[in-house]
Write a protein that binds this ligand. Structure first.
Ligand SMILES: [Zn+2]
Length: 186
């Protein structure tokens, strides 16, 4: 591993929308330069990220880690093995690929060939997502979905905005959150 230095995200974190809130204090502590992870933990985290994770999910994890949040990955004990589980917040974050999860955005358009096959396939995925979210809620977990189009493509918000929205949500009280790209034109 290279020597430790502050993650890039910290240099640009913008607590403005959160001023005066608990979240602003959170940012301030992190901005003091306190790395929340030991070198071993960070090394292990990076290793796992490289071996088996999608780019959007990796972006979200890195951003949350850089902001000092602790989470478990792909928790088998919960319905659907949620991507990111934050026990302290009783919250899970799911990072959804727009195509596979049937998002109605420009990245979720189905191919014209084998349309019937794809429609059925994606519909089944969506039904499963709905059931899993309901199960998680029933178990007392809050559920946030980050759509791929929020992080990639022409309508993206970018990782810093997405991370700020997620942290605001964690500090708030709403049960569910969906973050998608700006505008939904196809
Ligand atoms: Zn999308």
């Amino acid at each position: 591993m290279t020597k430790r230095r502050l993650p890039k995200e910290l240099e640009v974190s913008s607590p403005k929308p959160l001023a005066g809130s608990e979240a602003a204090g959170h940012y301030a502590r992190i901005a003091q330069g306190r790395d929340p992870l030991t070198p071993e933990q960070r090394s292990e985290n990076m290793r796992r990220i490289k071996s088996r994770n999608t780019k959007p999910e990796l972006l979200v994890r890195r951003a949350l880690h850089a902001r000092g949040l602790r989470f478990r990955l792909h928790d088998r004990s919960l319905p659907g093995k949620p991507d990111i589980v934050l026990p302290k917040w009783r919250a899970v974050i799911l990072v959804h690929g727009c195509f596979w999860h049937g998002h109605g955005c420009h990245m979720g358009v189905l191919p014209r060939t084998n349309a019937e096959f794809w429609t059925e396939k994606i519909s089944a995925n969506r039904r499963r997502d709905t059931v899993q979210a309901a199960q998680l809620h029933a178990l007392g977990w809050r559920v946030a979905v980050v759509w791929q189009c929020a992080l990639a493509g022409r309508n993206r918000k970018g990782i810093d905005d997405v991370a700020n929205i997620l942290i605001d949500w964690l500090y708030g009280r709403s049960e569910a959150l969906s973050i998608e790209g700006n505008g939904q034109d196809l």
